[in-house]
Design a protein around this ligand. Structure first.
Ligand code: AP5
Ligand code: MG
Length: 221
């Protein structure tokens, strides 16, 4: 069976953190469009340069570019049983494109986990976040410490602070989220796919809540 789970929520709410947990639980790939853009920025290629011109300002990368990127990612063999989608879709146009794409693969969105937390927590989480250069694993200087300062527990690569986690850019990202991404709450509520998860609790407590949602919603979850 094909399984597609979307993680929706504002910047810093814990989409990446919980996606890694769900991907492990369900043995599905974790696809973060933000991580893919950052890998291209690191390579310095044309896509990276284009993405950087938007990401550095906290703006969304244009829909056509992002949709083409996801379509390409879905052709990889690790996506044969589905995927955990972190940060895609982010606009109704992306959600429409996803529906068409999944239809063509014989699947559909099975569940949208909408994680929530107040703005002050988001800012605190992003200000203290350290991400790994190799694969985007995330840590926090207070809430999720790496075993060795500056080193990723999982793959040993260097931890760094994202440029777009500067206070000013974070506020832009939250505004853009409210204007362009929040309409997806209604979009997926109307389709009876949305489950809200309280993201203010500890990382472990949020994972436990998600695990119980997966059990209810997915026959084999
Ligand atoms: P993206 O990388 O997706 O950024 P984002 O949505 O802003 O989300 P973040 O990655 O900042 O936060 P998160 O929810 O993953 O939180 P995390 O788990 O790291 O996108 C970046 C940019 O790329 C966008 O601005 C846009 O320009 C572009 N882009 C990407 N996708 C696009 C698309 N589809 N269309 C167009 N443009 C696109 O957690 C944050 C911190 O908090 C960590 O330090 C973590 O350890 C900690 N933490 C997590 N949970 C908890 C908890 N429960 N308690 C305490 N601390 C916690
Ligand atoms: Mg993330």
């Amino acid at each position: 069976m094909l399984t597609y789970i979307v993680l929706l929520g504002p910047p810093g709410v814990g989409k990446g953190t919980q996606s890694k947990f769900i991907a492990n639980e369900l043995d599905l790939p974790h696809i973060s469009t933000g991580d893919i853009f950052r890998a291209n920025i690191k390579q310095g290629n044309e896509l990276g340069k284009l993405a950087d011109s938007y990401i550095s300002k906290g703006k969304l990368v244009p829909d056509d570019v992002t949709i083409a990127l996801l379509r390409e990612r879905f052709t990889q063999p690790d996506c044969k049983n589905g995927a955990i989608l972190d940060g895609f879709p982010r606009t109704p146009a992306q959600a429409d494109a996803l529906e068409i794409l999944l239809n063509s693969l014989g699947g559909r969105v099975n569940l949208v986990l909408f994680i929530t937390a107040p703005a002050e927590s988001l800012i605190e989480r992003l200000a203290g976040r350290w991400s790994c250069r190799a694969q985007g694993h995330v840590f926090h200087e207070r809430f999720n410490l790496p075993k060795v300062k500056g080193v990723c527990d999982i793959d040993g690569s260097e931890l760094y602070q994202r440029d777009d986690d500067k206070a000013e850019t974070v506020l832009n990202r939250i505004e853009i989220y409210k204007n362009q991404t929040a309409p997806l709450i209604q979009y997926y509520t109307e389709r009876k796919l949305l489950t809200e998860v309280n993201g203010i609790e500890s990382i472990e407590a949020v994972s436990t809540e998600i695990k119980s949602v997966l059990k209810k919603v997915l026959p084999s979850g």
